[in-house]
Design a protein around this ligand. Structure first.
Ligand SMILES: [Zn+2]
Ligand SMILES: [Zn+2]
Length: 280
């Protein structure tokens, strides 16, 4: 005689901890198992992650919003589901622009093709978690993505360089830190495009340091250093002389205020991208 219940639902919840060397990651999990009529197991953790990643992919929804206040707890599991190491720096989770997030996911963590009839694919290293992404796209796969999405190839190449080739910053902030002094040089250069030594936004004794810093900074490609100051390079696409820098890492150099293109030729419309201007 069988004393096990033949029907009903078991529910469980708790936390999983992964230990690796000196580190520990805690992941919440919960699940149910319905014993009848068939033995079906619903893995809530896999279900949640699958749902969130699909909303990130289709709507560009931010992971912080989806996972709510517990989002930090979920990060290691998300990274594993995206095919990354549990502690990999993932700037994607900080991206708040839906269009960029969708594209970045398609490049860094493209949807894993589902085998027909197969259940959830499990992470080889952490089998309690689902694997939802294939390996990053190669440069050679970008033209096809550009045709499929209608997005400029220069933008896709930039995202690939930034998020696949790297080096991915160990500080996975989405935006560059604001740099009001460097940003102030752009309007200061004015119609002539020239900013004399005496008008650099630093005390006289720091002018050389400022020029040296600028040359190695993310602003470098916008400026030509001359013996007596700095010259702002005009837009190479329309020749305009008014450009403004952006805090978006996705932007290369400054954005032209007339044709809206950055130095790589990627257009950045004022709405919504002026919100990320690096302001003086
Ligand atoms: Zn003008
Ligand atoms: Zn232009």
């Amino acid at each position: 005689m069988d004393h096990l219940p033949r029907s009903g639902t078991l529910r469980w919840s708790g936390t999983l901890s992964f230990h690796e060397e000196a580190r520990t990651w805690i992941v919440p999990f919960s699940g149910t198992k319905t014993l009848a009529p068939r033995h079906t197991k619903v893995d809530r953790t896999a279900e949640k992650l699958t749902d969130w990643v699909s909303r990130m992919r289709t709507h560009g929804a931010s992971f912080r919003t989806l996972a709510g206040s517990g989002f930090r707890t979920w990060l290691p599991a998300l990274r594993v589901a995206l095919g990354l190491e549990p502690d990999a720096p993932v700037p994607l989770v900080n991206v708040r622009d839906p269009r960029l997030l969708r594209l970045e996911l398609q490049i860094v963590a493209p949807q894993l093709a589902r085998r027909r009839g197969a259940g959830v694919t499990r992470s080889p290293a952490y089998p309690m978690l689902p694997l939802l992404a294939g390996p990053p796209l190669t440069l050679g796969q970008l033209p096809a993505l550009s045709r499929r999405t209608g997005e400029p190839i220069q933008l896709l190449r930039r995202l690939h360089a930034l998020y696949v080739v790297g080096p991915v910053s160990t500080r996975p902030a989405w935006l560059h830190p604001a740099s009001p002094r460097a940003a102030g040089c752009y309007p200061a250069a004015g119609r002539t495009g020239f900013l004399g030594f005496d008008r650099l936004p630093v005390p006289e004794e720091h002018r050389d340091d400022f020029r040296r810093w600028l040359k190695r900074s993310r602003f470098a490609q916008d400026w030509q250093l001359t013996p007596d100051g700095l010259r702002l390079r005009t837009c190479e696409f329309c020749g305009h002389h008014r450009l403004s820098p952006s805090r978006l890492r996705e932007v290369s150099g400054a954005i032209c205020s007339r044709c809206r293109r950055d130095r790589a030729g990627v257009p950045w419309p004022a709405v919504p991208y002026d919100a990320y201007r690096d302001r003086p």
